[in-house]
Design a protein around this ligand. Sequence first.
Ligand SMILES: Cc1cc2nc3c(=O)[nH]c(=O)nc-3n(C[C@H](O)[C@H](O)[C@H](O)COP(=O)(O)OP(=O)(O)OC[C@H]3O[C@@H](n4cnc5c(N)ncnc54)[C@H](O)[C@@H]3O)c2cc1C
Length: 451
Amino acid sequence: MASYIGDRAVVLGASMAGLLAARVLSDRYGQVVVIERDELPEGPTHRRGVPHDRHIHALAARGQQVLEELFPGLTSDLVDHGAPAGDLLTDARFYFSGHLLQRTHTGLILLGASRPFLEEHVRSRVRAIANVRILDRCDSVGLATTSDSRRVTGVRVLRRADGSAEELLGADLVVDASGRGSRTPAWLEAHGYLRPEREEVQIGLGYATRTYRLPPHVAEQPIAILDAATPQLPRTGAFQRLEGDRCLLTLAGILGDHPPTDPDGFLDFARSLRFPDTYEAIRDAEPLDDPIGFRFPASVRHRYERLPRFPAGLLVLGDAVCSFNPIYGQGMSVAALEALTLRRHLERGVEPNPHRWFRDLARVVGVPWDMSAGGDLAFPDVPGHRTVKIRLLGAYLSRLHAVAADDAPLAAAFMRVAGLVAPPQSLLHPVLAVRVLRGERTLRRTPAGSH
Ligand SMILES: Cc1cc2nc3c(=O)[nH]c(=O)nc-3n(C[C@H](O)[C@H](O)[C@H](O)COP(=O)(O)OP(=O)(O)OC[C@H]3O[C@@H](n4cnc5c(N)ncnc54)[C@H](O)[C@@H]3O)c2cc1C
């Protein structure tokens, strides 16, 4: 057993990023305390602090691999408890740029798990670690520092109980994983530091999701169907089978074209999609709730790596650093990759240096951010500067999708990139580029039902 770097690390937020950070910190700190404002449920139920957990949460292939590395046996646990699993391309249907990708074996695992179910399994694994304590119903209300504010020395917390007063929880290291609403930028400013620059891509996204009991012809259903928005029809439909013989239909539209949350309007929106597959997947299914909406105005990236000064003893990760357009299904997997980066920093045996941390984090976040921002800028009305590189890549990807409708290796190569397993440059490899550029197929529409 390696010696500890410090006595106590405190993590703010017990959602995916916080739990994964706690897992790797527990190897290097005597005690890890996770502060969570919500009352945490014992089972896989929704909670207030994660309102997005009602919507489809696809776990990218790389995210699945990292979760399995951090918690060996997690995938089979999920499957044993009812999560459908299969191959990413043989057991799903993906429409990109209006083309159904060729269905072929990829060797990558596709899991159908609701967000609360996945989070609950991860949380129970973290709870079982002897030196981790999760303190729920507890708000972190500020940070404690040395008198010159150069080092963070702990967290000020307020328990959600009658008559409770603010307490100080001392820490050798504080990790902020409190999500999009993180108060670290405001806190930095209050202590004489600069706020990080904030980059945004205004997408004006609206989600609506409804849960169903699986329809009777379940054996024929793929685990997931994605009918991704195109500039011609910027509406998305996503279907996912889940544990407990249920399934979800999530609909999404951008720039104010939001799916309604009344049942009739919701179905009309589903019928308006380019391909009938997502609507047909739930047509005979019994709804278990009413559609629930969610608004996501913009993807946001905080450029902590550009700050000239940052206090020691504090790190930030997860959505608190970068929250991507959720339609690309990256956030949880990026949080998992960030946990691996944190583990690498901790393996040096000394407290992570914030400047090095944010520099390395920017590398982890950079690729998915470019994929998300570049994808959004393909929609002409989304505000933002389109560089020549972005335009060329957008055109290349549209052509790749068209060719991949008939080209299994190309389809698999694309899904490796979308699943964060391979870098986007891999799609420019000469062997693949030749297939894309010489592909016989033009951007003709894939006939529905030809799969
Ligand atoms: C609609 C939607 C759909 C998404 N779909 C996908 C998907 O398909 N695939 C995917 O990989 N990702 C998806 N994501 C992103 C994913 O949910 C996040 O990236 C992931 O949960 C990691 O977030 P996080 O842990 O950093 O923050 P969050 O999940 O936001 O959690 C923050 C936690 O901190 C707690 N907290 C906040 N403030 C305080 C405080 N002051 N004191 C104590 N606790 C506090 C909150 O209660 C919460 O538990 C989606 C996001 C949205 C919005």
